[in-house]
Structure formats: C-alpha cells, structure tokens
Design a protein around this ligand. Sequence first.
Ligand SMILES: *[C@@H]1O[C@H](CO)[C@@H](O)[C@H](O)[C@H]1NC(C)=O
Ligand SMILES: *[C@@H]1O[C@H](CO)[C@@H](O)[C@H](O)[C@H]1NC(C)=O
Length: 128
Amino acid sequence: MAATIKNIRIFLFFLCLISQGNSFFSCLNSCSLTDLYVNTSKTGVTIQGKSEWLVTVTNNCQCSQSQGILNCPGYKTVEPVDPNILTYSGTDYCLINYGKPIYKQPITFKYAWDTTFSMSPNSSQITC
Ligand SMILES: *[C@@H]1O[C@H](CO)[C@@H](O)[C@H](O)[C@H]1NC(C)=O
Ligand SMILES: *[C@@H]1O[C@H](CO)[C@@H](O)[C@H](O)[C@H]1NC(C)=O
C-alpha cells in the first residue's frame, strides 16, 4: 500500500515536470495552478443598483505564483477596481496583482455588477 502511494507520487512528479511551465522545484513541492483558489461572496452592499462582490484569491502553494491570470469572461464592474490588484484584458482574462508574485497572503478586491462572473485560474508562473 505504502509503495503504491509512493509510486503514484513519483508518477505525478514526472507528469508535473513534463507539463509546460513547471520547474523542478515547483513539482517537488507539488504546487500547481489549481493551488490558486478563487472565492466570490456577496458583500450585501449595493452600488449604482448593482450587487457588490468580494473576491479572494488565495495561493495555497508553498511557492509564490506570479503572472497570475484568471479566466473572467465578460467581466464588468461599476465599482472601480485598483488596476494594481486586478486588470481586465478587455477580452476573457484578468491579471491579478499586476503580475507580481502572490504569496500566502490572499489578494482581495471588490466589484459591482448584477451577477458574479465566473473566475478561475488560467495560468501562473510558480517560483519556489
Ligand atoms: C468564501 O468566502 C466567504 C466570505 O469570506 C466565506 O464565508 C466562505 O466560507 C468562503 N467559501 C469557501 C468555500 O471558502
Ligand atoms: C486559458 O485560456 C486559453 C485560451 O482561452 C484556454 O485555451 C485554456 O484552456 C485556458 N486554461 C485554463 C486552465 O483555463
């Protein structure tokens, strides 16, 4: 049983290495894009008739993740968001933290619109 688990970990390690954009150390620490966790919750505040949403981006990885890009198709807001925290590409992507590394400390921002936009990690650079 223990041997099987070890084999799976070795397999995952090599799978990680051959995936694009992963370094030896990020694989060793088994960090991945999915360690970026996005949580959206309603603040209860209304701005210009739109609901305000609080988004928390947490990096659950031991390593920093820079160039963090979220899929955020159709993103709109009536509440200005600091571009140092979130920049919308105008198409389907949102750059987090102006591309600067995201550490354990969560990144938060608020936007206001009728509905939430589904935001999920698209890519990042993991540095250990
Ligand atoms: C998302 O954030 C809200 C507000 O901080 C919190 O109540 C909720 O438990 C979080 N959800 C998850 C799945 O972490
Ligand atoms: C990132 O965006 C590209 C282009 O839209 C898409 O093909 C790819 O599946 C996305 N990756 C993830 C992890 O969402």
